[in-house]
Ligand binder design. Structure first.
Ligand code: FE2
Length: 134
């Protein structure tokens, strides 16, 4: 628990540091990367906050909170992410400019993660809920 709280402090500090760097940096590529790091740190802090609350209360969110999406809707979202993943992967392979290549490769990695997150939601919160209702 303490280690999570310490890391939460670090993530909140990082968020402030990257927010300042976004404001101060003129280089467009580096500015984009700092912005991404700022958002990721912010999101990591939110995840850690949820994890800490879970360890204290032994539950995720309120008991009545439910997931509204259907199995098919999740499959459609996963399909969008997969298409984006394929697009960025092939564009990254095609372009010659090294910076653009790296940025596109990073987007492809993000899309791969988005796909994995949706699969996690589908398997753990949507399909299980549909089984529970049946
Ligand atoms: Fe995505």
């Amino acid at each position: 628990m303490e280690v999570l709280k310490d890391q939460l402090d670090h993530e909140e500090h990082e968020t402030e540091v990257y927010a300042r760097k976004v404001r101060e940096t003129k280089h467009s590529v580096v500015k984009l990367l700092y912005a991404k790091l700022m958002r990721d740190s912010m999101q990591h802090a939110e995840v850690l906050n949820s994890a800490i609350a879970y360890l204290i209360t032994n539950q995720w969110g309120t008991p009545q909170a439910s997931v509204n999406e259907t199995h098919d809707e999740l499959l459609r979202l996963m399909d969008m992410e997969e298409k984006a993943l394929r697009l960025f992967t092939s564009l990254s392979a095609e372009v010659g400019d090294p910076h653009l290549k790296s940025l596109l490769a990073m987007l492809a990695l993000d899309e791969e993660q988005h796909y994995a997150m949706l699969r996690y939601v589908l398997e753990n919160f949507v399909d299980k809920k549909e089984v529970a209702k049946a």
